[in-house]
Ligand binder design. Structure first.
Ligand code: SF4
Length: 327
């Protein structure tokens, strides 16, 4: 992890800060927009090549029928969203998708399964997928729900690079979004993943009706973890018909950009990922997100079950901005 120089409440020190208070984070959100963008862009340049964007591909290897009740999710069996429950994909089918993703320029291949937590026999199949995708020369990431310590160790043994498990929102707002698992359950899974030596991918979703305080709480919690997640996806809610959040008021895009900028400043050496919600985002908003320090996007026509900008459109946008995929 790159060393960074950041002001802390105790002066200047090297290394990412872990002592961000909510007040610190509130103060960042309250900065005049140009100052916030300037500071985020500065931190970005100290840690990354600002013209590079990591391209990841996300494949749903087991879609729908999830017993959890995440209010934003079309894959929950509790909501009638038209998403059909499917079985776990075969190894061959997953590897064919991974090869296609690599050919299209992806350097990381993420696989998502709509489970509360994986059963041990499912984990055998997922471990084989991880081994196969790694053998193609791609970084691997999976998101399978809650994990026990031994399950995390098994995934590590298969060579898994990243595990995604989002905190979703602030601890205070969490109960309005999910009731079937607790915030602490999520923190426990993150700890198992860390203990197994797997990189952590952890972020959240904005535009779910939360207040500014909740966006503050989410980032303060992420930045206060003993080690910052190496990858921080920030999603804009995709309002899906049939989910409880279908009619939620759209978040002002500038509030989304601010959230990206604050995440960049608080977690300077993490890859900040512009995730769900890009389909409805203007090119100008996406460009502002890159300026604010976002340096990863998901690429491909679908993000699990929701639409994502077409590959060509993404490449045209990167070209237009003089940016390029991270190798
Ligand atoms: S977000 Fe994940 S855990 Fe929650 S309902 Fe959807 S698939 Fe299930």
């Amino acid at each position: 992890m790159a060393l960074v120089h950041e002001e802390s409440s105790h002066g200047i020190f090297s290394g990412p800060r872990h002592d961000w208070t909510r007040e610190d984070v509130v103060a960042l959100f309250a900065l005049p927009f140009p100052d916030l963008m300037f500071r985020a862009a500065q931190v970005h340049r100290e840690n990354f090549d600002s013209a590079e964007v990591q391209i990841s591909t996300l494949l749903s290897i087991k879609t729908g029928g999830c017993p959890e009740d995440c209010a934003y999710c079309p894959q929950s069996a509790k909501y009638d969203t038209g998403v059909q429950a499917e079985k776990l994909m075969s190894l061959d089918a997953v590897l064919a998708e991974a090869r296609a993703a690599k050919q299209a320029g992806a350097s990381r291949f993420c696989m998502g399964a709509a489970w509360r937590s994986p059963k041990d026999r499912d984990l055998d199949s997922v471990c084989a997928m991880v081994e196969g995708v790694k053998a193609l020369g791609l970084e691997t990431c999976v998101t399978l729900g809650m994990l026990t310590g031994p399950q995390a160790q098994r995934l590590k043994g298969a060579g898994l690079d990243y595990y995604n498990h989002n905190l979703d929102t602030s601890p205070e707002y969490y109960g309005a979004i999910i009731t079937t698992r607790t915030y602490q359950d999520r923190l426990d899974t993150l700890e198992h993943v860390r203990e197994a030596g797997i990189h952590v991918c952890c972020g959240g979703i904005v535009g779910m009706g939360e207040g500014l305080d909740d966006r503050v709480g989410m980032i303060a919690t992420l930045a206060g973890l003993p080690q910052h997640p190496e990858s921080v996806p920030i999603n804009m809610l995709v309002r899906v018909e049939g989910t409880p959040l279908a009619d939620e008021r759209a978040l002002d895009p500038l509030d989304f950009v601010r959230t990206i900028a604050v995440a960049r400043i608080c977690m300077p050496a993490s890859v900040v990922r512009l995730s769900a919600g890009r389909e409805d985002m203007s090119e100008e908003t996406q460009a502002l997100c890159f300026l604010a320090g976002a340096n990863s996007i998901f690429y491909g026509p679908k993000l699990l079950t929701t639409p994502n900008p077409e590959r060509d459109r993404d490449m045209r946008l990167l070209d237009k901005l003089g940016m390029r995929p991270m190798t």
